[in-house]
Design a protein around this ligand. Structure first.
Ligand SMILES: Cc1cc2nc3c(=O)[nH]c(=O)nc-3n(C[C@H](O)[C@H](O)[C@H](O)COP(=O)(O)OP(=O)(O)OC[C@H]3O[C@@H](n4cnc5c(N)ncnc54)[C@H](O)[C@@H]3O)c2cc1C
Length: 390
């Protein structure tokens, strides 16, 4: 027998997408004796990104991966959440330390750093960068896959972890529509002089939103405005467009706009706000995890945690099964994730709508609600994100 020999019902798994969900799933599988193949479309990690808030539900999974210390070395704990109005008036400041004592510390980390940390949990030889799938053909309890580099492989299971614009989803589940949530957004670094360690500051404005997120790599700024779907964002006019939408705003915005002028427009990350709700996450021997299955809106700050939770639940189920009982394992994965994902997605839409009301009357009412929204109520609201069996 040689190394290619397949013993018993060992599962051969392909993970498409080496992002947060894909690397978490692959890392956990490797830790438990599997050797999943991973293909990642980009040639190399790094470059543009944004700050991610990671709740303990997500970061605890890093403990199981043996990567929590590396994560902590690059992540900043958050202790305060301050909300400002469109004009810059402070509406409320919430202390996050009570929740931290109850559930663990929430952290902020630059997305590429989290990818680095997760990347360390998988064997380099198992990841093929700059590669994706061109064909996925399911038959006789196996999945035949053709890759863009011309190679082919046969697997028991293909995990689609290729993000909100998933190709696996498109190829296997057909045309599943994303829902445009009426907002477009930008992210870039601003000067550390504005940095207030551990403090998130957000303007909930009138059809616009701005946030400052301190990370170990610097202070990340995220801006979003109400916009029709598909609004073009040519790089050459990007800064002008941002300035036009934000220049009459108060608070930290004037400083942020000055900072933006020192940034190359090409280094400003841009994307539109879509989310995704789909009924089926499995199709025979293809399963979706993370944003490919259940992308929430970025404003809720939970997508990465949810992606890691789904990855961990799937990996756990796979380690308790073999090829014969794969269908049952996938059913368990869906059952364990469905209610939690639905609830969090509903909340993410509520927060997104509330934070970006595009009407001055509604904005005024919202500001009053936020002013009187107590620390206790905020904690109660976030318990929904924090406390759930996964
Ligand atoms: C501006 C912004 C702010 C956010 N803030 C937060 C936050 O504070 N907290 C939070 O928890 N979440 C946040 N999110 C959401 C979070 O980033 C996502 O939910 C999370 O990244 C989902 O992880 P994923 O692995 O499913 O997808 P991704 O992280 O998108 O990873 C998908 C991977 O698949 C690769 N890929 C894509 N297509 C293919 C293909 N065809 N073949 C192979 N590989 C492919 C991609 O290159 C990528 O590496 C934010 C999102 C945005 C846009």
């Amino acid at each position: 027998m040689n190394d290619e020999t397949r013993y018993g019902n060992d599962l051969q798994v392909l993970v498409v997408g080496g992002g947060i969900a894909g690397l978490t799933c692959a890392g956990l599988l490797e830790q438990r004796g599997f050797s999943p193949d991973i293909v990642e479309k980009t040639n190399r990690y790094g470059g543009l990104g944004y700050a991610l808030g990671l709740w303990p539900a997500g970061s605890n999974i890093l403990k199981g991966l043996g990567a929590y210390e590396a994560f902590q070395a690059h992540a900043d704990p958050m202790h305060t959440y301050t909300l400002l109005s469109d004009s810059g008036k402070k509406l409320h400041s919430y202390d996050l330390s009570g929740l931290a004592v109850e559930y663990g510390k929430p952290h902020l980390i630059w997305r590429p750093r989290l990818i680095d940390v997760l990347g360390e949990t998988v064997t380099d030889e198992n990841i093929r960068m700059g590669t994706t799938v061109t064909d996925i053909d399911q038959h006789d309890d196996v999945v035949d896959v053709t890759f863009t580099d011309g190679t082919e492989g046969t697997y028991d299971l293909v995990v689609g972890a290729d993000g909100i614009h998933s190709t696996v989803r498109e190829q296997v589940f057909g045309d599943v529509s994303l829902t445009y949530q009426g907002m477009t957004s930008w992210a870039f670094w601003v000067d550390e002089e504005l940095l207030d360690r551990g403090v998130i500051k957000e303007h909930w404005g009138d059809g616009r939103f701005a946030g400052l997120y301190p990370t170990d790599d610097g202070l990340a700024c995220f801006l979003a405005v109400a916009a029709p779907e598909g609004m073009p964002d040519p790089v050459a006019e990007r800064k002008g467009r941002i300035r036009e939408r934000f220049e009459d705003m108060g608070g930290f915005i004037p400083d942020v706009l000055d900072e933006m002028e020192t940034t190359d427009a090409e280094d400003i990350w841009h994307d539109d706000f879509y989310d995704l709700k789909m009924d089926e996450w499995t199709n025979d021997r293809v399963v979706l995890i993370g944003d490919a299955a259940h992308a929430p809106l970025p404003t809720a700050g939970v997508g990465a945690s949810m992606a890691m939770e789904s990855a961990a639940v799937l990996a756990g189920e796979l380690t308790r099964t073999d090829s014969t009982y794969l269908e049952q394992a996938l059913d368990h994965y869906v059952t364990r994730r469905r209610d939690r994902v639905d609830e969090v997605q509903q909340k993410s839409r509520q927060i997104g709508t509330f934070a970006l009301f595009d009407h001055s009357l509604l904005t005024g009412i919202r500001d009053q609600i936020v002013k009187f929204y107590s620390q206790d109520r905020m904690e109660e609201y976030y318990r929904g994100f924090l406390s759930s069996e996964i």
